[in-house]
Design a protein around this ligand. Structure first.
Ligand SMILES: [Zn+2]
Ligand SMILES: [Zn+2]
Length: 256
């Protein structure tokens, strides 16, 4: 009876990997991504932080993802989306931008917390489920190159890449470009926000063929008025996209 060396070696390797992971957890025990308390699994929140994080899991506006009261089965729209024509078909958000939701978005954006991308990607993927279709193209809202130089990474691109990976869809990090730097949206009214971003995004010319006739899922970290998504949707539609849907990590809700 000969030994199956391949199987033995495979088993030993698996054992060593497990031991290595075990050792890693002794040196670096998995931590809650929000409060740093020890947790039993990687890439997660502890119980109290999970409860304090405003995930949007119930009824949500089919166009902007804002949480809505009630438990209607069919697609519903919030008052904002009823009052204006959105330039995209459907939208979702994983979190409300408040409390721990806001804290974690800011940690990703300004705190170099790239470890957050993986769990956030999973939350986004779950929120996007109702909109996902085979053949969709996933693309982030870009930063202007000067801001990208300063921040070194585009948090929206990291998130959209992770969503595309989890959904098994094509990702295009440079589908959109921002030809000019736009003044900050902070402190502007809703109308000023839309005006500020009018024409601010374009489809990258060499990506037009990839986009033509496709359903595009545009991903951003935060949705406030929807002006950024509107500018990207406008650009995508003008360049021949068949359909546009939008996905935000966090939605700034009116009562937030
Ligand atoms: Zn925690
Ligand atoms: Zn809405």
């Amino acid at each position: 009876m000969g030994l199956d060396f391949k199987a033995v070696r495979g088993g030993m390797l698996a054992g060593m990997k497990q031991a290595a992971r075990g050792a890693l957890h002794i040196v670096f025990p998995p931590r809650c991504i929000a409060c740093n308390d020890a947790v039993s699994t990687d890439f997660g929140l502890c119980g109290p932080c999970w409860r304090d994080t405003p995930f949007i899991t119930g009824l949500a506006c089919d166009s902007c993802g804002t949480p809505l009261p009630g438990d209607d089965a069919g697609p519903v729209l919030c008052d904002d989306c009823l009052a204006q024509d959105r330039l995209w078909a459907r939208g979702r958000a994983a979190l409300t931008y408040k409390d721990n939701g806001r804290k974690m978005v800011l940690a990703l954006k300004h705190g170099d917390r790239l470890d957050l991308v993986r769990p956030m990607g999973a939350w986004l993927h779950r929120a996007a489920m109702p909109m996902l279709e085979p053949g969709m193209l996933v693309a982030p809202i870009p930063l202007h190159r000067l801001r990208l130089l300063k921040r070194r990474y585009n948090q929206s691109a990291l998130l959209s890449c992770e969503v595309a990976r989890l959904a098994g869809l094509t990702h295009c990090a440079d589908l959109f470009q921002r030809p000019r730097a736009t003044p900050s949206q902070v402190g502007k009214t809703r109308d000023e926000r839309f005006e500020n971003l009018r024409g601010a995004l374009q489809v990258t010319p060499r990506r037009r063929d990839l986009l033509a006739g496709r359903h595009v899922l545009i991903v951003d970290d935060v949705m406030t008025s929807g002006a950024t998504f509107a500018a990207a949707s406008q650009a995508a539609r003008a360049a021949g996209a068949a359909k546009v849907s939008v996905l935000a990590l966090a939605r700034v809700a009116k009562d937030a």
